[in-house]
Design a binder for this molecule. Structure first.
Ligand code: AMP
Length: 172
């Protein structure tokens, strides 16, 4: 890798709302070596033999998770926002700063006992990743770890996650 991942992450103040400093990965994805660099760095944090499926969280988790699954030669399963997947689905409601949201995962796809690595672009408060872990468990899977490109450490999101390996590539 001839560049630092962080040098290709763009800081966008007050997006999507006032007071939020949005960490934008678009320049990193647009770099010809960007996705490969992310995949290589994330893969180095885990043992491929310990993972049966990569679960990516809509939508930026798909961009990170699918190439990782492909590189490892394991399956990829999307966790999606409400009403995107055909029934039957597992559902989990989780709390946001204001109100609640819901995530869904297809039933009948993840074999019971499968070891799952959950992947997203950013972990902030950890609510989204914790809800995804609940979905994987509901489906009979075992959460083997979490991988993120960016961790906002001051929000202590990892404190909400189960005690499994958690790797982030860039911390703020
Ligand atoms: P959370 O549930 O609080 O951990 O939020 C994680 C989700 O929100 C991830 O899917 C991120 O894509 C998105 N997110 C939260 N904060 C930021 C931020 N500062 N910059 C970019 N994305 C963010």
């Amino acid at each position: 890798m001839t560049f630092e991942l962080q040098s290709l992450i763009r800081d966008v103040p007050d997006f999507p709302q006032s007071g939020i400093l949005f960490r934008d990965l678009t320049p990193l994805w647009a770099h010809p070596d960007g996705l490969r660099a992310i995949t290589t760095a994330l893969a180095a944090g885990f043992e491929v033999a310990a993972v049966d499926y990569v679960v990516g969280i809509e939508s930026r988790g798909f961009i990170v998770g699918a190439p990782l699954a492909s590189a490892w030669g394991c399956g990829f399963i999307p966790v999606r926002k409400p009403n995107k997947l055909p029934p039957p689905v597992f559902q989990v409601e989780y709390t946001l700063e204001y109100g609640t949201d819901r995530l869904e995962m297809s039933q009948g796809i993840l074999p019971a006992g499968s070891r799952v690595l959950i992947v997203d672009d950013v972990i902030a408060t950890g609510g989204t990743a914790a809800a995804t872990a609940q979905l994987v468990t509901s489906a009979g899977g075992v959460v083997a770890g979490f991988g993120f490109v960016i961790e906002l450490t001051f929000l202590r999101g990892r404190d909400r996650l189960p005690e499994v390996p958690i790797h982030s590539l860039v911390c703020y």
